[in-house]
Design a binder for this molecule. Structure first.
Ligand code: ZN
Length: 273
């Protein structure tokens, strides 16, 4: 599986085909710019998702699609959470409403099918939205036999590690992936800064790169298991037209009552990232 890079946007056509022939699997890392306390960069969720996808593609095969730092926030259960951990301060969020993100995701999946992929991993570093991402994946899979694994990083780490928001769990991972984006010396700013807590986790100061590495390696093992479980892929999948994709969108809209991101309660959210 030798090529300089696993990233779709960096691959030359011959390298892309060679990687895809070996493993027709695409990874979509989904991130979000949101507050992670005074000690960590806004893009923490994105860096986790990208790292896991790039490592998985390097180790197990496949190609990583371009990521995005925008995701669903501010609606449903997100709203009281923001009020609680941010207050009236500007959260500097990369937030979009559910219908915008889910429709975009549907057309991203269409692009993957039409580019020749027969398996996809949707990996969100922003925990809580994955149930809605799964609705999009499910509805597309009723019309095309692509195998789609949809998962959040705390779901991968679960059992061995408990997810959090900007606490020891998340900050440790960023410390391992991008130590230059963490400044633990600023942990005390929660009591002096006009920004207040800024969504910082209570045990953030206990973060270590070693603990982050343990979480990430465990998560990769779980991801490999999910990928292996989704094999074998179909030999070929018919391309999806725009009109047909719009029909899938209507089915997704018809399930709007199930969208967790519009609901005041989210059973997936137990103070995890
Ligand atoms: Zn996070």
């Amino acid at each position: 599986m030798d090529s300089r890079t696993v990233r779709w946007e960096e691959l030359l056509p011959r390298e892309f085909r060679a990687r895809q022939d070996q493993m027709p699997l695409v990874y979509l890392p989904l991130g979000l710019c949101e507050p992670h306390g005074h000690i960590a960069a806004f893009g923490l969720d994105t860096f986790k998702a990208v790292w896991l996808c790039e490592q998985a593609a390097s180790r197990f095969g496949g190609i990583v699609a371009p990521t995005q730092g925008y995701q669903i926030h501010e609606t449903g259960y997100h709203r009281p959470w923001l009020k609680e951990v941010i207050g009236d301060t500007n959260p500097n969020l990369g937030s979009v409403p559910p219908d915008v993100l889910l429709r975009m995701l549907l057309f991203q999946l269409r692009a993957f099918v039409n580019a020749g992929f027969r398996g996809a991993v949707l990996l969100t570093g922003h925990h809580g939205n994955q149930a809605d991402l799964r609705i999009v994946a499910e509805e597309l899979m009723t019309l095309r036999p692509i195998r789609i694994v949809t998962v959040s990083d705390p779901e991968l780490a679960r059992v061995a590690f408990h997810g959090d928001h900007a606490g020891k769990y998340e900050i440790s991972q960023l410390l391992f992936i991008r130590p230059d984006l963490v400044d633990l010396d600023r942990a005390g700013d929660i009591s002096t800064s006009p920004l207040g807590r800024f969504a910082q986790g209570e045990d953030a100061s206990e973060a270590t790169a070693g603990y982050g590495r343990e979480i990430l390696e465990h998560s990769l093992e779980q991801l490999e298991r999910l990928i292996r479980d989704s094999l074998p892929f179909e030999d070929a999948i018919d391309p999806l037209g725009i009109e047909e994709t719009d029909e899938i969108w209507q089915s997704i809209l018809a399930r709007r009552g199930e969208w967790r991101t519009l609901s005041e309660r989210n059973p997936d959210l137990a103070r995890e990232a």
